[in-house]
Design a protein around this ligand. Structure first.
Ligand code: FAD
Length: 559
């Protein structure tokens, strides 16, 4: 039944040419070389929602309806006609199908298995461009319209609701959000799923399974983010962290034929994924949002065959020699001939007694449209920090005309801040930079209501500001390694020429050769990007290091 609406086809309304291009007969013939041609019959279900290992179809004759199945009523999303093809990026990511495909007019299709489709896009550059562009555009539209298999019901000013929204969004998963206070029908829906409003937020997967305030790994399991990934199998390279450095390493490793697994605690993109706009990365003259860059890199790594495990943290590196073991929090240990540590950095939290109480309800560590949506249009905000990420946040938050106070402990903004950001801050009258100023107290009941700061003269004043964006100096995400590789005094990982004779003696370096560039005090274990001692905290350098490390991985594998 199609109850939500009779024959509305939302996915054909915008960007139709990108989403549903017509293939030429020569292109269809090339695709057919990889699969089989078969008849389809009206009423036949080719793919069911939630099905794994999804096949790919090119329609030669007839029509296929794309339907979002749901316990709340099915919705017709699009109709795939002759010369067009089915599919969504889930196929490339190895995730379950979000849609049901049903034949609405008998005809004939070319059918490829998921593996045959992978082989096609790896071997045929022209088809890869046409197919990947369409799949990415379809996913962008589904995310924008909230057409998927997940329904989130939550409320404003809830840290847990914001966390789940951020997790789904950063993982590029389409979902619909309903607010208990803003949407009239929500209470009836909660009754239907037997959820008490006190149990919010809830995530309803595929209209069936109700998860009450789920942890990120429970969401990943329910939506099938990690289906089919074998953690017992020995890999040529295990990459820990899917920020720019880890994703770049994954793209090069997988495209060069290495058996590659990436582990990610949260979502692909790392710090860069939380940037509102990256304007200094080569090749994007008008800038690109961190989210978009991350989504593209994630799809690219999977297109070449890298496995990416989401919402699973590495907690230790076992064994002194290759094969190493990368232990996960659930106790599994993944055997790895080589390891790339790309776990990046995170903001150092200021020492404020009740900071944790306001995280997500007034205190934020990212400044993207998701956090911005928590703010009223006239709300004043504070950005704490003097480096690039703080500058970017201030400019982003001031662009809608709201007042932004940038608090910096030092005498000026950081010397490392890009000149284009300094200029924008100077030219934006709504931004006020307050040097030698720091927050001394956060106050509020249930959410942040007031901030007290001390200025350069030592005077403490109180301000009714309800939103603080913390973007203070970074510390390395290296604690999980339990000091099994040599670190510098600040906890960043030493590599190559930074390793002293004493470091190597302490680590019992077993080889005659010295460590390669980016190699740690353990042979075949590399560190790249922001977690590495001497890194330069830029997307381009993280990407560069991730890529370079793979050439050394090949050398180690050949030793
Ligand atoms: C808001 C903001 C804006 C920025 N803007 C720019 C810009 O415009 N231009 C620019 O060049 N640079 C910018 N940067 C800096 C840039 O984003 C970083 O230098 C870059 O992201 C570093 O990449 P990375 O892969 O080394 O680490 P990260 O980006 O930190 O990624 C590390 C990843 O590892 C994961 N991880 C951590 N521990 C574990 C574990 N134990 N197991 C599994 N996974 C783990 C994390 O979840 C994360 O996804 C910005 C940074 C921020 C925060």
């Amino acid at each position: 039944m199609l109850t939500e609406t009779a024959r509305v086809t939302p996915l054909t309304s915008a960007n139709a040419a990108h989403m549903f291009p017509a293939l030429s007969s020569a292109q269809i013939a090339r695709i057919a070389l990889h699969g089989l041609i078969r008849p389809i019959t009206q009423g036949e279900v080719l793919i069911e929602g939630g099905q794994t290992n999804v096949p790919f179809f090119v329609v030669k004759a007839g029509e296929i309806e794309v339907i979002r199945p749901s316990g709340l009523g099915d919705l017709l999303i699009a109709v795939v006609r002759a010369d067009q093809f089915t599919g969504d990026i889930s196929m490339i990511l190895g995730r379950p199908a979000l849609m049901r495909l049903r034949v609405s007019e008998s005809g004939e299709v070319v059918q490829l298995t998921r593996d045959q489709m992978h082989a096609l896009i790896q071997a045929d550059a022209e088809m890869s461009e046409v197919l990947m562009t369409a799949l990415i555009y379809r996913r962008i539209e589904m995310v924008a319209q909230g057409i998927g298999d997940a329904l989130l019901i939550g409320f404003a000013h809830s840290a847990a609701t914001l966390r789940i929204k951020a997790f789904l969004t950063r993982n590029g998963h389409p979902f619909k959000y309903l607010d208990i206070d803003g949407d009239a029908d929500v209470r009836a829906l909660l009754d239907r799923f037997r959820v008490d409003p006190g149990e919010l937020p809830v995530l309803i997967c595929r209209g069936e399974k109700v998860l009450k305030n789920p942890a990120n790994h429970e969401i990943a399991d329910c939506l099938g983010f990690n289906g089919g990934i074998d953690h017992a199998h020995q890999r040529d390279v295990v990459i820990v962290g899917a920020g720019p450095a880890g994703l770049a390493a994954a793209v090069y490793a997988a495209s060069e034929g290495l058996d590659t697994l990436v582990l990610e605690t949260s979502s692909p993109g790392g710090q860069a994924g939380s940037s509102s706009r990256i304007e200094n990365y080569l090749g994007f003259p008008t800038g690109i949002s961190g989210q978009e860059l991350a989504e593209r890199a994630y799809a690219q790594a999977q297109k070449f065959g890298a496995d990416v495990t989401i919402a699973k943290s590495a907690v230790d590196l076992t064994c002194k020699r290759s094969p190493y073991g990368v232990r996960l929090e659930d106790g599994a240990t993944i055997p790895a001939r080589t390891v790339i540590i790309a776990t990046g950095a995170r903001y150092r939290k200021p020492l404020l007694a009740n900071l944790g109480q306001f995280e997500g309800v007034g205190v934020y560590y990212n400044a993207t449209f998701m956090e911005e949506a928590q703010l009223g249009s006239d709300d004043e905000v504070i950005v704490v920090g003097g480096a690039n990420s703080a500058g970017q946040a201030a400019v982003f938050l001031a662009q809608t005309g709201r007042r932004v106070d940038v608090l910096v402990r030092a005498d000026s903004l950081s010397e490392s801040m890009s000149r284009y950001l300094l200029r924008r801050i100077e030219e934006t009258s709504m931004i006020q930079v307050r040097t030698r100023t720091e927050i001394v107290a956060l106050e509020g009941h249930g959410r942040l209501e007031r901030v007290r700061w001390r200025d350069g003269a030592g005077a403490v004043s109180t301000h009714d500001i309800r939103h603080v964006f913390m973007m203070t100096g970074a510390e390395a995400n290296g604690g999980w390694l339990n000091r099994r590789v040599a670190l510098d005094a600040k906890g960043f990982i030493k590599t190559g020429p930074d390793l002293t004779t004493e470091d190597l003696a302490a680590a019992q370096w077993p080889l005659e050769r010295s460590p390669y560039l980016l190699e740690t005090s353990r042979p075949g274990v590399f560190a790249v990007g922001d977690v590495r001692c001497g890194n330069v905290k830029r997307v381009a350098s993280a990407v560069g290091e991730g890529s370079i490390a793979i050439s050394f991985v090949h050398r180690v594998l050949a030793e």
